[in-house]
Design a binder for this molecule. Structure first.
Ligand SMILES: Cc1cc2nc3c(=O)[nH]c(=O)nc-3n(C[C@H](O)[C@H](O)[C@H](O)COP(=O)(O)OP(=O)(O)OC[C@H]3O[C@@H](n4cnc5c(N)ncnc54)[C@H](O)[C@@H]3O)c2cc1C
Length: 428
């Protein structure tokens, strides 16, 4: 077993150890809530940065650079004396021995374990589609999608066959939720504005962008009027919206939706999600997406010392409706778990069950429109975009990132330019 600088067992000192796996929204907020608590907190993540996923689509569409939407974990929580950050991949959990198993053979004992490992995209059982239709979950995904989009234009510029050129200038996005809608709007503006004058042999403004949704409307988690507004705005940007048609095949030459074949070389996946394998580590039961079913205090049945939060957990609101996989749920659950563990450390009274407070739902469409659902009021257009912009800058971690992103958006707003048009990776 590899050595690390942590004490060897969870019982050889009276200070309890809380191990948090994942420094996304859930894990980071749990760690912050436990800062200066009478416990040793170990935060393990396979990346050395916390990622602000809501702005990942801007990296994928050349609006922002990876460092604008990520911040080093050590820089955020490394200053708290009771928190240790470990870079490494967790491979499993020995629930009997109360030990987390990491790659490289490291074992980390725990008294309390918080699983906050998020989710990945899912292809409804068609794993082979992933090679042709990358999803958007992390920085590598975003730069790969950016590469594919920009390469398509470069190849079209050099293509002499008119039919192949048209195929190269056709992009399909699968999934009409917020990520699909945001990607479609941003790609439309990239093609019609930022790239419009960059080429000699092609006109990027005639690029076909097709957004496919299997359900009856875009943005199914938003009210009907906002969903209709988003559809109209996307169509005005030149996006072809196809709803009610499931994707039945994806390969190197295109996609099949319903019975229609669309030839394309660029497909982006913004559809299903599956939880991380954390449920398998602990042998927990969950739903079809692999989320761990937790009780009202977010702990795993039969394991009051193990908690699951955020996208990897299946928890419900007071009416029994499953909570959505959004940042606000993960953050509130992280904060709650921090308070709950602190209460247990003090042997204080039972803490109330977790209750999610929904402050609203937002999605942006292009450079100056958005939809916002506050429940009691629905907003759309420019006003909604100002709210979306303010909220995203406010919630970004790090003063530098806030300033850089605000300046980038201001620049893009007035010039239509997208400065991060870099092709990284292979030229295929
Ligand atoms: C493209 C996109 C856009 C989104 N837009 C919005 C939005 O606009 N508004 C909104 O509210 N929500 C949005 N979401 C959803 C939101 O980002 C998630 O709900 C939220 O990130 C969930 O937080 P989490 O802590 O559960 O997981 P994550 O934030 O995904 O964090 C999981 C962490 O666990 C780490 N990890 C995973 N497995 C391991 C392992 N085996 N070992 C070590 N570390 C591991 C990962 O590196 C990561 O740091 C978006 C998501 C995506 C992908």
């Amino acid at each position: 077993m590899a050595q690390d600088n942590l004490r060897a067992s969870h019982s050889d000192t009276p200070i309890p150890r809380v191990v948090i796996v994942g420094a996304g929204f859930g894990g980071l907020w749990a760690a912050k809530a436990l800062a200066n608590a009478p416990a040793e907190v170990v935060v393990i993540d396979r990346e050395n940065y916390h990622l602000f996923q809501p702005l990942l689509y801007q990296v994928a569409t050349a609006g922002l650079s990876p460092a604008d939407v990520a911040a080093p974990i050590r820089g955020i929580i490394g200053g708290y004396r009771n928190i240790t950050v470990m870079l490494g991949e967790v491979m499993g959990v020995d629930v009997m021995a109360h030990t987390v198993m990491m790659s490289g053979g490291r074992h980390v004992p725990y008294d309390y374990l918080v699983l906050a490992t998020g989710a990945r995209h899912a292809y409804f059982g068609h794993h082979d589609w992933e090679a042709f239709a990358p999803g958007l979950k992390n920085i590598e995904d975003a730069t790969e999608i950016r590469r594919r989009i920009l390469i398509a234009f470069e190849r079209a510029e050099n293509e002499t066959d008119a039919n192949e050129r048209q195929i190269l200038m056709r992009l399909v996005i699968v999934g009409g939720g917020p990520t699909g809608v945001e990607l479609a709007g941003a790609i439309a503006e990239l093609a019609r504005r930022a790239l419009a004058k960059d080429f000699r042999n092609i006109d990027p403004r005639v690029t076909r962008i097709i957004l496919v949704e299997a359900g009856p409307r875009l943005l199914p988690s938003f009210p009907q009027d906002l969903s209709e507004d988003a559809t109209q705005r996307l169509e005005r940007l030149g996006v072809e919206v196809r709803v009610g048609v499931p994707v039945t095949a994806v390969d190197a030459l295109g996609v099949t939706i319903g019975t229609e074949r669309i030839e394309t070389r660029t497909v982006i996946w913004a559809a299903g999600v599956a939880a991380s394998p954390a449920g398998q580590w602990i042998g927990a039961t969950g739903d079809r997406a692999g989320r761990i079913a937790v009780d009202a205090h977010l702990s795993v049945p039969d394991h009051p010392e193990i908690f699951a939060i955020g996208d990897t957990a299946l928890s419900s609101d007071a009416s029994g409706k499953p909570l959505p996989g959004v940042a606000a749920v993960a953050k509130q659950q992280g904060r709650y778990i921090g308070r709950l563990i602190k209460a247990r450390l003090r042997n204080s009274e039972r803490i109330e069950p977790f209750r999610y407070r929904d402050y609203g739902n937002l999605a942006t469409i292009g450079r100056k429109a958005a939809v916002v659902d506050f429940g009691w009021i629905h907003l759309h257009g420019f006003v909604a975009w100002v709210i979306w912009t303010t909220a995203h800058i406010y919630f970004l971690i790090g003063f530098r990132n806030r300033i850089i992103v605000a300046l980038n958006w201001l620049w893009a707003y007035f010039t239509f330019q997208r400065g991060a048009r870099l092709i990284t990776g292979p030229l295929r």
